[in-house]
Structures are given as C-alpha cells and as structure tokens.
Write a new protein. Structure first.
Length: 255
C-alpha cells in the first residue's frame, strides 16, 4: 500500500462507469403507481376498511418500553372481554395474534376499549341475503332468507351504503402522557435509601414460604422441631469439645 502524499499509481479512470451506476429516476413514477394501486384496492374493497384493526402495545426492552406503537393483533383474552368471537373478528377486519400475552392490565383495558369503540362504529352489510338449500320432500333447490347472527354489530341497509365512510387508514388513537408536577423533596425522601428498600423487599419475598409454613403449623397445632439450646448446655458442649480435643493431641517427641 502506498503511503504519504504521493501520486496515484496506475490510475485507470477510463472505465465504462455508466454500466455500474444505479439511478433512481423512476422513483416519482413508482410513487404515483403505488398511490393509484391503493386507490384501486380501496374501490374494490368498498365499504370494507383497507387496513385491519391493530392493538396498542408497548415496545420491548427497558429503553423503549415507554413508547406505544401498533401491534400485530389482539389476544384471545381481549376479544373475550370485548364479547367477540374469533370468526366474527376476522370477518369484520380485526387482526388476531395467538402468541401475544397480556402482561399489563392497563394495556389490556386500553385494547378492550379500542375494540368496543370500533364495534360501536362498524356497520355490516351482509353479501348474501338468501341461502340455497334442498327441500326434503321435493328435493329441489330452494332459496331461503338468510338469518343474520351478527347481533353485536349494526346491520346496514342498501341506502346506508352510500352514506358510509370507508376507513382507508388505521383506526385513530390518542395516547395520554402523565407527567408529575415539580414539587419539594420531603424529609423522608432525603433520609430513605432505595438500595435498602429493594434489599428488604427481596428478603421478604425469599422468606415468604418459610413464614407461611410456620403459620400453617401453628394453626394445626404441630410442635416445632427446632432445637432450643440454653446457656448451660452450650457451655457444657464447649467443655466436652475442649477435653476431646486435648486428648486427641499427639505428644511432642523429646529431643
């Protein structure tokens, strides 16, 4: 490798560089193409929403857990609390996540409220009004009126279809941030130690099972098997240990 400020050795600049350069002149045209594609899809799906309803979740790790974003889908517990079935939820455009678990009660309540709000605003237009079925006697195909079982949602008429607005974006949501107002530090906060508080809490958790066992034995009237040593017995044991130790000591050889 050449060092210092010398001239460039073997400077092959007369290359066919036009073949090796990637350009992005088609970027504005692609943007227009994507937008027109979204419009065509919205027309095809009308009056259904173009996007599935997503829950509000907190980001993982300690660094980002205060940030709220849209998740993959609602859990089965959230759907159950909102009185929704998985089949009905999928038919109305609600995303379901079978792997996510509810770790926080606040997040669960927020998602249940989100489902209930969405449920109150959704208008359902059944596609099939009649069902084809065979008559038992004549064995001919007969059209029967379809019984609509969507009691949880408002069923719209053909007249309402023109007035209904299609949701082309994600269902809106607002996040309220709670901030503590500045205040004067109290005397207790000045003297208290966070480290000692955590240590005490850990000790209480570690000894919780032992305390429960003792309380259960006292309630049943079982005597405790722990040894109770008095001062006399402790002293006597020490003397005996000392005698045994002296007896076992080997005699020193005389020179």
């Amino acid at each position: 490798m050449v060092k210092h400020n010398n001239r460039v050795v073997k400077n092959h600049f007369r290359k066919d560089w036009e073949r090796h350069v990637k350009t992005w002149f088609h970027q504005p045209a692609r943007k227009l193409k994507r937008r027109l594609k979204r419009q065509r899809r919205a027309v095809r799906l009308f009056p259904r929403p173009t996007e599935l309803l997503r829950p509000l979740v907190h980001c993982p790790t300690l660094r980002y857990n205060t940030k709220v974003r849209l998740g993959r889908g609602f859990t089965l517990d959230e759907l159950k609390l909102a009185k929704l079935d998985t089949v009905q939820a999928k038919s109305v455009g609600i995303a379901i996540d079978y792997r996510r678990k509810n770790r926080s009660l606040e997040t669960q309540r927020a998602n249940v409220q989100r489902l209930q709000l969405y449920k109150s605003k959704v208008v359902v237009f059944p596609k099939r009004k009649y069902i084809k079925c065979k008559d038992r006697k004549t064995k001919e195909v007969v059209k029967k009126p379809r019984v609509i079982k969507l009691k949880l949602f408002t069923v719209g008429t053909p007249e309402d279809k023109e007035q209904v607005k299609q949701l082309t974006e994600q269902f809106p949501y607002t996040i309220k941030k709670h901030y503590d107002k500045p205040r004067v530090i109290t005397e207790k906060e000045k003297t208290d130690s966070a480290y000692l508080t955590i240590r005490k809490a850990r000790a209480q958790v570690a000894k919780f099972g032992e305390k429960q066992r003792k309380a259960r034995k006292e309630a049943l009237g079982v005597p405790s098997t722990a040894k109770t040593l008095t001062k006399e017995t402790e002293g006597g044991d020490e003397e005996e240990k000392g005698k045994k130790g002296k007896e076992k000591e080997p005699k020193k050889a005389k020179k």
